[in-house]
Design a protein around this ligand. Sequence first.
Ligand code: SAM
Ligand code: SF4
Length: 457
Amino acid sequence: MKEKIIDERKIRDILAETKNPSSRTILKILKKAREKKGLELKDAGSLVNFNQPELKKKLFAAAGWVKNEIYGERLVFFAPLYLSDYCVNDCEYCNFHLANKQLRRKRLTLKEIGEQTAILINMGHKRILLECGEDPQHNDIDYVVRAIKKIYSVKTDKGSIRRINVNIAATSVSDYRKLKKANIGTYQLFQETYHRPTYARLHRGPKADYERQITAHSRAFAAGLDDLGIGVLFGLYDWRFEVLALISHAQYLDKVYKVGPHTISVPRFQNAPSVTFKSQYPVSDDDFLKLIAILRIVVPYTGIIISTRENPQIRKKAFQIGVSQASAASCVTIGGYGSKDSQPQFKIHDNRRLEEVVKTALSDGFLPSFCTACYRRDRTGGKFMEFSKHGEIHKFCRVNAILTFAEYLEDFSSNDLREQGKACLEFYLKKIEDLPLRQETQKRLGEISNGKRDLYF
Ligand code: SAM
Ligand code: SF4
């Protein structure tokens, strides 16, 4: 019999069995987490079910430790680029839903895509997440591929976009092959909710097909895409169930394809202009941070992504306990960079400029990174996991963060930030234990200050 991706009954049973776990159980799990080998679904059940505040502090400490061990101090920044809000689906939570007849739909032309890309490059971004609604007439896969080619082709005196991750609707193997050929980074698709009755209630249109959504990553694998991202839109259903389902999905991909997900995204439902949906399962800030910490220790080798849906205070805490990638200075409207006149997909809560985000990250002890090296060096899928499981990825992440942040400081920063940033580079350079690697990094830093760009390991 074909293995189920998500076994809802098993998840329910675990959630019931692990109710009110003892402090001893939780401490044992947290000790095991520090072995960095990941945890069982049942452990995750105990973690979502405990409530003792002193244990939560210990969970955060363990998650912060695991994050640092695997990913180090670097924090990768990116921005979304929305191509089109044409959509044939009626997702109740989204402003782009078909029922929104007030929305003057817009699809960017290639010229406009070029202009938006140039703005993003001139802000300092090197990687973007391409987004659009599902509409085979207006935004078919060939349009998306043309957009990708256009984005990669744009060069300004500040450089170019070096990695395009893609978040578009579930599609066929042949469409995924086209994305693979277009040289994308990670393909991300969120299940939104793993709870079937909730999924059925909130979706209409082709996306209402739960099976199409949950099997999409398998089709993407079949097409040769091996850097895949999963996610849940928190607030649609009980977060405890969703966390166990996300973990089951990650474990399924790991077991069947020998490659776990490259990233897990944790969007939380936000109000949106035409959306009347009211969450019956709102996730509090406390629970939100807790679930990030749990994901961090249960699937330690998977990057966690947070967006500007969250405010700066939450993001700051999330960076400390597990998040390794964050969008910054984002615009969630079509053609919204450099303009103010279209409608956002949802409300965002971090409106800071990239420089401000970078500055705060620095003050909090992080090393800002604009790295895009792995997929360009063929460290994707299984190869990436091999590196990360042997603790090697940390090594690459640090040096590539140093080089890309040095570029950022040269090309974009104010004097004030430059000073703070250079001190950070010095600090982390000294932390490179491998002496030849440190010397090579130092040499390349010299080349960057002499105008050379796009150096990576
Ligand atoms: N249209 C494609 C899809 O639905 O898979 C591409 C992604 S859509 C542009 C990006 C994501 O935004 C969705 O997967 C959903 O999780 C999220 N989203 C939609 N409405 C939201 C809201 N009101 N608040 C927060 N996130 C939302
Ligand atoms: Fe369309 Fe995606 Fe919004 Fe659903 S979430 S309405 S599929 S853009």
